[in-house]
Design a protein around this ligand. Structure first.
Ligand SMILES: *[C@@H]1O[C@H](CO)[C@@H](O)[C@H](O)[C@H]1NC(C)=O
Ligand SMILES: *[C@@H]1O[C@H](CO)[C@@H](O)[C@H](O)[C@H]1NC(C)=O
Ligand SMILES: CC(=O)N[C@H]1CO[C@H](CO)[C@@H](O)[C@@H]1O
Length: 779
């Protein structure tokens, strides 16, 4: 009774705890929900494709929303999966290197297993029936057309006649950073295009036009790591379309010292660039780049920079302008390892490219804004209606005056850097046990606003689902980690992530294979309004019966309960509470042996909740907070008794408190078996042939408690004995350390009861099952 009164008090937010000091509520950067690989599979939240050989050695992925298919590029093979039905109906096409090339590759000293194969790294839509695929070809890149059929057909076929050299279109190395995009029949790539991986360039090829490349003497690119390439229309004039590249570079230290620093860049070229006529022949004449800054302002103007670009996601607006670019950065500082997410507005990038060019008089000089006269057409501007004015016939970059091309060649860098929205990251993550590799963002409409849900792929095969809540332009964003999803069974870096908003799915690729993951599964959060509300997942809302997918409806009637900003169930779920029901939870009977150790398990769904244990002894009126000491420890798994005393018997209630909301998770009635009882039950090891002795006069166990045990276990369900033992009662000494280690914690308790007892109970139960029903009745 006292317990439910307490729960009621806290439910209303007035927080005064009866006795004991509350454990501090863990920060919200801890995932509120952690789902294991097995959890995800068994709930149908995810499905995995590893190919016929158990690993694809995946390098690239192309999500084809038009055809409802997912194409995968692996080692010596390509795959096609159907997305429009439950069964993906996988198709495979084998594509090894050209004859003799594998041997040639090995002969040149490359690794036969990890390098001398055809790793498919390019999959781009060629036309309505074909894809362009390129692979490393065992260090001799090759490209080919792949017949994939019209929409509705499911074919996959390599056009052998189309196989040709892929030099410039695909790197030689299987893993070197690389970006490509296919625009107007031509492939744009950012890569190192030679065998030694030294000649970095942006390359365009594949169409009727002559191939175009970066000028190598110019050192436009310093050891670049390309992350992404995409066509972005600057305005409605197609002539002005550009392909943007996102990458990081290693440049000489700006202070003129000997060292090098890493900086991140956005670079661009005009789609209609044709190179120069006398200068920059077959070279880019419109290439420009600018620095992307992502830093946290510190005291006294010192800034912590996140300079290594890891991944980029383009968040296209539903309509019109306003492209936003989400970028994931890391630091490579020796002091600490951290990650940051910065958001850039495309308009800010344009502004920087329209601003001053960076200039310096010589390598030893400081960079400054170029102050002289800039020639016309302005370098970096695409030939279009704007440049082709009467009397100024600049219809192609080949018509550009030499001074324009010379200027472009000498000034590829903009003076201003691109700064992120609000001037700082939306999210900073330090002290992570894992590294972040990939980012995907979904803009979700919820009851109280629009939220960007960020999916982060880690290097340990998991995906974090995160929000950065911004209360105002100046306020520090609040990080909310909704879920941590262990997508792959073994730790493996996530290399590719694609979102299908249409299907509400995320496609997650690692070297092993690909996982299809639902963006949300609202029922996982629980079956109470408060649980749904505490989850703060903008995809989900309480509909009166269950936690289900939230869909914005035009009518303003408020029948959906959701509170993303505050996650306050007290306001949302008044009259919807199921807490009373929970406090009426029937206690489960559990047993522990005197002088032995035991654990009362309580695993709250949310690690953000603080756990409290209450004990009501048989003679007590009310429940009191359990006092912990060296003998009784509160662990992440539950209440651990290192040495059980008879006085510990009673009803234990595990409650959680989260955002002022309290819940009963479990109720356990602990009975303590006296050491003397134990001996009388199992005087000697029973053997199968002695089974009829069970219940017989010779060894009749006089106490009633064993019946309870067997009732709990159930005669007919022997496998549950193990499970039961595992959970509450008898755990082997060797097993318990693994149990804790798997959850990243070390328990202090060493002695565990029950390995012996478990064996005994098992053989007893086995014997019981072997008996005929009549024998049971007779007993
Ligand atoms: C998962 O999907 C399979 C096949 O579609 C179905 O048989 C099974 O019941 C589903 N399981 C759950 C928990 O939804
Ligand atoms: C796509 O390109 C291939 C190769 O050039 C060609 O054979 C095929 O007819 C094209 N398909 C369509 C629909 O244009
Ligand atoms: C498995 C185990 O540790 N059992 C112990 C339980 O307590 C009794 C009495 O102290 C011991 O004899 C058992 O060895």
């Amino acid at each position: 009774m006292a317990l439910s009164a307490w729960a009621f008090c806290c439910f209303l937010g007035g927080l005064l705890l009866p006795g004991g000091s509350p454990s501090p509520s863990p920060s919200s950067s801890v995932p509120r929900l952690r789902l294991s690989y097995r959890d995800l599979l068994s709930a149908n939240r995810s499905a995995i494709f590893l190919g016929p050989r158990g690993s694809l050695d995946l390098r690239t992925m192309y999500l084809d929303e038009y055809r409802d298919r997912l194409f995968l590029g692996g080692r010596d093979a390509l795959y096609s999966l159907r997305l429009d039905q439950a069964w993906p109906d996988p198709r495979e096409v084998l594509w090894p290197p050209q004859p003799g090339q594998r041997e040639e590759c090995v002969r040149k000293g490359r690794d036969p297993l990890t390098e001398c194969a055809n790793f498919v790294r390019v999959l781009q839509p060629h036309n309505r029936t074909h894809l362009l695929a390129c692979g490393t070809g065992a260090f001799q890149p090759i490209c080919a057309l792949i017949t994939v059929g019209h929409r509705g057909e499911h074919v996959l076929h390599l056009e052998l006649r189309s196989v040709e050299s892929g030099r410039g279109r695909c790197p030689h190395e299987p893993s070197h950073p690389f970006a490509s995009t296919f625009v107007g029949g031509e492939l744009y790539t950012g890569l190192t295009a030679d065998f030694l991986g030294r000649e970095a360039m942006i390359f365009r090829s594949g169409g009727p036009r002559t191939a175009l490349r970066s000028d190598s003497d110019q050192s436009l690119l310093h050891d670049p790591r390309f992350v992404m390439a995409a066509r972005i229309a600057d305005n409605s004039d197609q002539d002005d379309d550009k392909v943007y590249f996102f990458f990081s570079e290693t440049v000489p230290s700006p202070d003129g010292g000997l060292g090098h620093v890493i900086v991140s860049r956005v670079g661009r070229v005009c789609v209609n660039d044709a190179g120069g006529q006398r200068v920059l022949v077959n070279k880019w004449s419109t290439f420009l780049k600018a620095r992307l800054v992502c830093s946290v302002p510190g005291p006294g103007g010192a800034e912590t920079h996140f300079d290594q670009l890891e991944d980029v996601f383009l968040l296209w607006p539903k309509s019109g302008k306003g492209l936003e670019i989400y970028a994931l950065f890391s630091t490579i500082s020796a002091v600490f390892q951290g990650f940051a997410i910065c958001v850039y507005h495309m308009v800010d990038i344009w502004e920087v490219f329209n601003g001053p060019f960076a200039h310096r008089d010589g390598p030893q000089h400081q960079w400054g804004p170029y102050g002289g006269k800039v020639p016309f057409p302005r370098p970096g501007v695409c030939p279009s209606k704007m440049t082709a004015q009467p009397g100024r016939p600049f219809g192609s970059t080949k018509d550009y005056p030499d001074d324009v091309l010379q200027f472009a060649r000498a000034h590829p860098l903009m003076f201003q850097p691109v700064r992120p929205r609000h001037g700082r990251p939306v999210l900073v993550k330090t002290h992570l046990t894992q590294q972040l590799r990939q980012i995907v963002v979904d803009r979700v409409e919820a009851e109280d606003g629009t939220y960007d849900v960020i999916f982060l792929g880690t290097d340990s095969g998991s995906v974090l689902k995160v929000m950065a809540l911004q209360a105002g332009a100046l306020a520090e964003p609040e990080e909310v980690v909704l879920e941590e999803l262990q997508v792959f069974k073994v730790p493996t870096p996530i290399m590719e992530m694609e979102i299908s908003v249409k299907r509400q799915m995320l496609y997650v690729g690692s070297q092993l294979g690909v996982a299809q993951l639902q963006l949300h599964q609202c029922e996982t959060y629980g079956s109470a309004c408060a649980e749904c509300c505490l989850a703060r997942d903008p995809y989900c809302a309480w509909d009166g019966d269950s936690c289900s997918r939230y869909r914005p409806s035009p009518s303003k009637r408020r029948f959906r309960r959701q509170d993303i900003r505050h996650g306050n169930p007290a306001l949302q779920c008044l009259g919807q509470s199921q807490d009373e029901e929970a406090s009426g939870l029937v206690a489960t009977r559990v047993y522990g042996m005197e002088h032995n150790s035991t654990i009362l398990e309580c695993l709250p769904k949310s690690p953000q909740a603080s756990v409290r244990w209450f004990l009501q002894r048989p003679e007590d009126e009310r429940a009191d907070l359990v006092k912990t000491d060296e003998r009784i420890l509160q662990t992440e798994q539950g209440l651990l008794f290192r040495r059980l005393s008879r006085l510990d018997a009673g009803t234990y209630t595990c409650t959680t408190l989260e955002r002022g909301f309290s819940q009963t998770v479990v109720r356990l009635a602990l009975e303590v078996i006296a050491a003397t009882q134990l001996n009388s039950l199992f005087p000697r090891e029973p053997r199968p042939e002695e089974s009829s002795a069970w219940g017989g006069p010779a060894s009749a166990p006089p106490k009633a408690w064993y019946k309870d045990i067997l009732q709990l276990i159930g005669f007919s369900s022997l496998p549950q004995v193990d499970e039961y033992c595992e959970r509450v009662w008898c755990r082997g000494v060797g097993e318990h350390s693994g149990f804790f280690r798997s959850r990243g914690k070390q328990a202090k308790g060493k002695s565990w009861a029950g390995l012996e007892l478990r064996k005994k109970v098992k053989s007893r139960v086995q014997a019981e099952r072997n008996r005929t029903p009549r024998e049971v009745e007779a007993a």
